[in-house]
Write a protein that binds this ligand. Structure first.
Ligand SMILES: Cc1cc2nc3c(=O)[nH]c(=O)nc-3n(C[C@H](O)[C@H](O)[C@H](O)COP(=O)(O)OP(=O)(O)OC[C@H]3O[C@@H](n4cnc5c(N)ncnc54)[C@H](O)[C@@H]3O)c2cc1C
Length: 373
């Protein structure tokens, strides 16, 4: 069972079987309620009516990667990205940031919006604003990223911001190409994406070259150069004339020229195999993916103003800023959600009931066991 599902399931059980939690769905929080400088609740809309709820508030409303209006956070902080598609759901409009700012909460790093290199383009709906995301693993198993001319231009295993940066300098459309061995290693994904029309299976490299409108020989040369670099790396891992990522030297000219040469190779084929090799291929595009910026907070998840902590207001997850520097690494958001969800939850309970363990912060493990029976 996935961690987040297990956590939600437990919350549902607690709500079902005790009076310690209540879950209100299909509700939109739009305003904080203040008592002096302290947050004592929030107002929300549900089914056309406005309701109030009292107690400390923990914002967990996500980022603003789908906030595209003319007065949106993206328009304010990253107008250069407004034309891009997004992987984010339409709820990602930065509501926490807006409500926080309305009462003087400070924000941080709002200009740091992560653009992921592998948004999947659906050929029959290329302009769709919301895109599927190609899992990082597709590059990990050996997927090569090619430009419109069938050439590699970056280290496929580089960081998201690096690969995206190299895409801006190169000629679209870009393709993520998995040869048979690479696709076999991740066949569930390949078939899933193919079924959804965002990936295409080609019987052979010859068919792929024809569809791309490039000479087959170009794909042969691209693969041969990649293969040669892999073999040289096998023989002499510390050699090569190009600077490598994360460190050392690389034999790979295509990525080496970018200053971030490839050092790790997986499921590599030589040029002679390309003509008859089956490929799974997706057209990919840079896509807005994650907001590193958000509400500034303390290590307890407390929101702050310039004057200090705002009593009763907390933030966790993507709505919080400053956790990931200027480039979040893959997998770390859910970790952040679990850590700061827990930290801010505990802090909010302590704030409500008092410090010194006077009140137990949450059900004990034994109680939890009883609840899930
Ligand atoms: C396609 C995709 C793949 C990803 N893959 C990974 C991955 O593999 N690993 C990883 O670590 N991270 C991944 N991420 C990032 C990660 O999923 C998000 O950063 C994370 O889910 C953010 O969690 P959150 O709880 O802060 O916000 P969200 O998950 O965005 O949830 C916010 C919730 O708040 C609700 N909400 C918003 N505004 C209001 C309002 N005004 N009133 C009431 N409710 C509101 C929304 O409806 C939503 O339910 C991925 C993101 C995407 C888009």
């Amino acid at each position: 069972m996935t961690i987040t599902y297990a956590l939600i399931q437990m919350l549902e059980k607690v709500a079902e079987k005790t009076d310690r939690a209540r879950i209100i769905t299909k509700a939109e929080v739009f305003k904080l309620i203040l008592n002096g400088k302290a947050v004592v609740g929030c107002e929300y809309r549900k089914a056309g009516a406005v309701h109030k709820e009292f107690g400390p508030v923990i914002f967990a409303s996500g980022g603003f990667g789908a906030d595209f209006g003319s007065d949106s956070l993206l328009a304010q902080y990253r107008p250069d990205l407004l034309h891009l598609p997004t992987t984010n759901g339409e709820h990602c409009t930065g509501d926490a940031i807006k409500m926080g700012e309305a009462i003087g909460a400070t924000t941080t790093d709002l200009e740091w919006v992560q653009v992921h290199p592998t948004g999947l383009v659906k050929p029959d709906d290329p302009d769709a604003k919301v895109k599927f995301l190609a899992a990082e693993a597709l590059r990990g198993v050996g997927g090569l990223v090619l430009d419109a001319n069938g050439k590699r231009f970056a280290n496929e295993l580089g960081r998201r911001d690096y690969v995206t940066g190299e895409m801006w300098k190169s000629k679209p459309p870009f393709r993520l190409c998995l040869n048979k061995a690479a696709a076999d290693e991740i066949i569930w994904h390949a078939k899933h994406y193919t079924g959804r029309g965002v990936m295409k299976f080609y019987e052979s490299g010859a068919a792929l070259a024809k569809d791309m409108g490039v000479p087959l020989q170009t794909l042969v040369d691209t693969h041969q150069a990649h293969y040669d670099a892999a073999k040289k790396t096998e023989k002499d891992p510390d050699g090569g004339k190009w600077p490598a990522y994360p460190s050392g030297k690389s034999w790979d000219e295509a990525s080496g020229k970018t200053g971030s040469g490839k050092k790790f190779y997986h499921n590599v084929i030589d040029g002679s195999k390309v003509a008859t090799e089956p490929f799974y291929v997706a057209i990919i595009t840079p896509v807005i993916h994650y907001c590193m910026g958000g509400l500034e907070c303390t290590v307890l998840g407390e929101c702050i103003t310039k004057a200090g902590v705002i009593p009763g207001l907390y933030v966790a997850g993507e709505a919080a800023g400053g956790i990931h520097g200027n480039n979040r690494l893959g997998g770390n958001s859910l970790l952040d959600c679990v850590v700061f969800g827990r930290v801010s939850g505990k802090a909010a309970v302590k704030y409500t009931f008092g410090a010194g363990d006077k009140f137990r912060l949450c059900p004990s493990p034994l109680e939890l066991k009883e609840l899930v029976k």
